[in-house]
Ligand binder design. Structure first.
Ligand code: 5GP
Ligand code: SF4
Ligand code: MG
Length: 456
């Protein structure tokens, strides 16, 4: 998911800004979109299934007046994909209305939910974000800051949150910093965003990242910071660099573009092969393919053309939709690839659906050889922290060897980037990235039993 929060009492149509911000976070979730605007503690919101552009009209934006706004684009990991589960979540408790937008996934939400339900609490959605909102409400007597702190002490998992309550905009990042969140400054206010790429479009300037285990409270045009967890192992999601984030974002000080290009170079060193042309699987493989071409001195060219109007294929809730959309999305440039030995660079192989179909497409268009190079290690373990990797039995890298996968996708050779290569490409030390879906080394305890993610 993607979240945005804007605090700008001086600015006229704040929801317009939130709208533009959400637009640039669209790649983080395409199922639903929503904005909540806060005027003197009164919160109006609108959320619906669909893309940001589909959900909002000028009239709707016009109605969402306020001094503070938060927004959300959703990609479901827990909770089905329907509108009740869209965000921001707006709840009314004794202290007033609270709106909350969450990116991430809690690993103990079910336990907490059950305990609350035993006490008679009713939930209206199946998302774990409602558990967070509920717990904040229960602690309201402590004051919002302490209520949030108390809640954060009890939840475990990944979260970047934007919350608005009364005259405050509040940002929270989980103690490991699994999901990104950064702060920007605009005329007369501040912005919180999952990614810095949202700043340019709304005229904001990057200030800094929210630190892991930090709560930032923005009110009276000032930022106050509270640390509620310190000295935890930093573990920003490495998949943000591989696939999820936009290349023009900077996460915890590291440019996504630069790390993808480095990863491509590293891949060329680790898995060289003689060929005529390096092509990318657009868009997520493009930057890495350029890096591969630079390092290998094999020319980069276009072999596949992407239909701009088809969304991200992975972020489609079911397999049939995913399969259909690969062909809708990509078409081969026959003239460029006919008779050639190709190196086809993609960012990741998860289920193997994409690569197999593309190799097929390339071969039937006359490619002589197709050497698949993947700019991340084999995905072998499920993610519990907000990236929708499937159950392990559906992860092709968990159940098959590289050679088996090569055969399955019909490639002439197959090479994956190593975990060390991936870490190096981000210029961050191993300890500051989560690589659990590749290594199985989770930054915290994850559910063992009765979980959909385990082998059945
Ligand atoms: P597969 O077809 O192997 O299941 O999916 C791999 C493709 O899905 C890659 O081209 C990658 O760009 C794309 N992809 C999109 N979203 C995600 C995501 O959230 N996680 C992963 N692992 N891959 C994704
Ligand atoms: Fe990211 Fe993988 Fe860690 Fe999930 S397990 S947070 S996808 S690195
Ligand atoms: Mg892709």
């Amino acid at each position: 998911c993607g979240i945005i929060g804007i605090y700008a009492p001086g600015i006229d149509n704040i929801s317009q800004l939130a709208y533009f911000g959400l637009h640039s976070l669209q790649h983080r979730g395409q199922e639903s979109a929503g904005i909540a605007a806060n005027k003197n503690g009164e919160i109006h919101y609108y959320k619906e299934m669909g893309l940001v552009q589909e959900v909002f009209s000028d009239q709707i934006i016009e109605r969402l007046q306020g001094d503070i706004a938060i927004g959300h684009v959703r990609y479901s990991t827990t909770g089905e994909s329907y509108v009740a589960n869209a965000q921001p979540l707006v709840v009314h408790h004794k202290g007033g209305a609270i709106a909350l937008a969450h990116n991430g996934n809690l690993v103990n939400a079910n336990e907490i939910r059950e305990a609350l339900e035993d006490q008679g609490v009713i939930f209206q959605t199946s998302i774990d974000s409602e558990v967070i909102a509920n717990m904040i409400a229960r602690h309201h007597k402590l004051g919002i800051e302490n209520a949030i702190k108390e809640t954060m002490d009890q939840i475990r998992g990944s979260y970047a949150l934007a919350i608005t309550y009364k005259d405050k905009l509040i940002g929270v990042r989980d103690p490991h910093g699994l999901r990104p969140l950064c702060i920007g400054k605009i005329d007369g206010g501040y912005v919180l965003s999952s990614e810095s790429c949202a700043f340019n479009v709304i005229g904001a300037e990057f200030v800094r990242d929210v630190e892991p285990g930090e709560i930032v409270i923005i009110e009276n045009y000032k930022i106050k910071s509270i640390r509620y967890a310190e000295n935890m192992k930093r573990a920003l999601c490495s998949f943000e660099f591989v696939y999820f984030a936009r290349p023009d974002s900077v996460l915890d000080g590291q440019s996504v573009y630069v790390s993808r290009r480095n990863a491509g170079k590293m891949l060329a060193k680790e898995h060289p092969v003689e060929a005529d042309l390096v092509i990318a699987v657009p868009d997520s493989g493009t930057v890495a393919a350029i890096g591969y071409a630079q390092e290998s001195k094999i020319p980069f060219g276009e072999g596949l053309i992407k239909n701009r109007y088809v969304g991200r294929t992975f972020i489609q809730p079911d397999q049939r939709m995913r399969e259909r959309s690969v062909r809708l999305k990509l078409n081969v440039l026959k003239d460029n690839i006919k008779g050639k030995r190709l190196i086809m660079v993609d960012d990741s192989i998860v289920r193997g659906t994409t690569s197999k179909q593309i190799v097929d497409l390339l071969k039937s268009a006359g490619a002589k050889e197709v050497h698949v190079r993947v700019c991340s290690p084999p995905v072998k373990y499920s993610c519990y922290f907000g990236i929708d990797t499937p159950t392990r039995k559906n992860l092709v890298g968990a159940v098959h060897s590289v050679e088996e996968i090569r055969k399955m996708i019909g490639a002439d050779s197959l090479g994956y980037l190593s975990i060390e290569g991936l870490i190096k490409s981000t210029s961050m030390e191993g300890c500051s990235l989560c690589t659990a879906c590749f290594s199985g080394d989770y930054p915290m305890e994850v559910p063992k039993q009765g979980n959909k993610y385990l082998f059945e």
